[in-house]
Design a protein. Structure first.
Length: 214
């Protein structure tokens, strides 16, 4: 009867093996280069990576230390950069698709460019014609002003000179602005033509519209 109360060797080994199998060991290297271990993450390594080991000594996982403010800022900046880059790529894809849907050939791009420039050229021509009329009016005012070389010019004539100069400056400003806009139009179409060529060369196909069907 006393024998039945004695634990068997197998039972003892099982009781010992279970907590050993479940035991956790944490190991790290502190700031002084010392290896520290324990059954919980060592306080000396609160700012360092800690390895959690299995009972056989293999690494179960690595517990990274809390990030510093600088590290968090760097991670957030990198995440923002990646989001911005993804947005940029999506925007470029939309522009590329629109380009292929808009133009079926280089000739269409040039035709559209010429129409855009042509309408602006008409604005310049009208402004030039008005400017020439103001110059003619200025010559008439100059002739009239010759009568007042040695005496006071009438206020009426002074106002006419001022009004003429204002109108001339306005027309010249229109001409300059439209010419600058034409430069921007040319630059835009140059960029679109270059991108269209690159897409087609890379294998992209323009959208075939009914008017382009053969």
């Amino acid at each position: 009867m006393g024998r039945s109360l004695r634990p068997t060797l197998a039972a003892v080994m099982l009781l010992v093996a279970v907590p050993l199998a479940q035991a956790q060991l944490y190991v790290c290297t502190d700031a002084r280069g010392r290896t520290i271990s324990g059954d919980r993450p060592p306080a000396e390594c609160s700012d360092r990576a800690v390895r959690e080991l299995r009972s056989d000594g293999s690494v179960r996982r690595v517990i990274e230390p809390p990030m510093t403010a600088e590290q968090r800022a760097a991670r957030e900046a990198e995440a923002k950069r990646q989001r911005d880059e993804a947005d940029k790529q999506r925007s470029q894809m939309r522009r590329d698709l629109a380009l292929l849907e808009t133009y079926a050939s280089e000739a269409e791009i040039e035709d559209t460019r010429n129409r855009a420039l042509g309408s602006r050229q008409q604005l310049i021509e009208r402004a030039v014609n008005r400017l020439q009329e103001h110059e003619k009016e200025r010559k008439k005012l100059d002739i009239e002003a010759e009568f007042y070389v040695k005496r006071q010019m009438p206020d009426r004539l002074k106002r006419s000179f001022d009004a003429n100069a204002t109108l001339a400056r306005s027309e010249q400003r229109i001409i300059d602005d439209v010419r600058a806009d034409m430069d921007r139009v040319n630059a835009r179409f140059d960029s679109e033509l270059q991108r269209w060529r690159a897409l087609v060369t890379a294998g992209a196909q323009p959208v075939l519209r009914s008017g382009n069907a053969q």
